[in-house]
Design a protein. Structure first.
Length: 146
C-alpha cells in the first residue's frame, strides 16, 4: 500500500502579500493529508471523537524547500512513520504538480487522549490499522516502532 496522497489547490486566501503560500498554511495541508489517511484506513476523526478518543498535535515541524503560489495544485503525501504506546507520528511531503518540485516536508506527533484529556494507549483496533499502514506504506524513510 503506497503512502496516501491527496491534492489541494492553493486558494487566494492562503497566500501572503508576496503571492506565496503563507507558511502556517502548510500545517493545514498536513492536516488534510493526515485526516484523509485515517479516513482511508477506516478510522475517521469523527468516529474516534464519537468514541471519546482524541489525537491532539503535540509537536509539528516543517521544512520549507520551495514556493507554492495561488492556484498551484499540490500533492500532499502522508505516511505513518512511527507508532508508540500513546503516540502516532505522521510524515509529509508536499510537491507542486507539474514539475514535482518538493515544496515542503514535515512531521507531526499526536498523542492519544481520552475525553478528560489524559493520555491513553492507542486502542488495539486502531493500532492494528496503523501498524498495517506502517508495514506497507512505501514511505521514503525507515519505519520505526517503539
Amino acid at each position: 500500500m503506497p503512502a496516501h496522497e491527496v491534492q489541494v489547490r492553493v486558494r487566494y486566501a492562503e497566500t501572503d502579500k508576496m503571492g506565496l503560500v503563507y507558511y502556517g498554511n502548510y500545517f493545514t495541508y498536513f492536516e488534510v493529508g493526515r485526516t484523509d489517511l485515517l479516513r482511508r484506513v477506516g478510522m475517521p476523526y469523527s468516529q474516534l471523537e464519537a468514541e471519546g478518543i482524541y489525537f491532539p498535535v503535540v509537536d509539528a515541524q516543517c521544512k520549507y524547500l520551495g514556493a507554492a503560489r495561488y492556484e498551484d495544485l499540490l500533492t500532499v503525501r502522508t505516511w505513518i512513520s512511527n507508532v508508540r504506546r500513546t503516540r502516532l507520528e505522521f510524515s509529509y511531503e508536499i510537491r507542486r504538480d507539474g514539475d514535482q518540485a518538493l515544496v515542503a516536508a514535515g512531521v507531526t506527533t499526536l498523542v492519544c487522549m481520552n475525553k478528560d484529556f489524559k493520555p491513553i494507549e492507542i486502542p488495539e483496533r486502531l493500532r492494528e490499522l496503523v501498524t498495517a499502514e506502517l508495514g506497507g506504506c512505501g514511505n521514503p524513510g525507515p519505519a520505526r516502532t517503539r
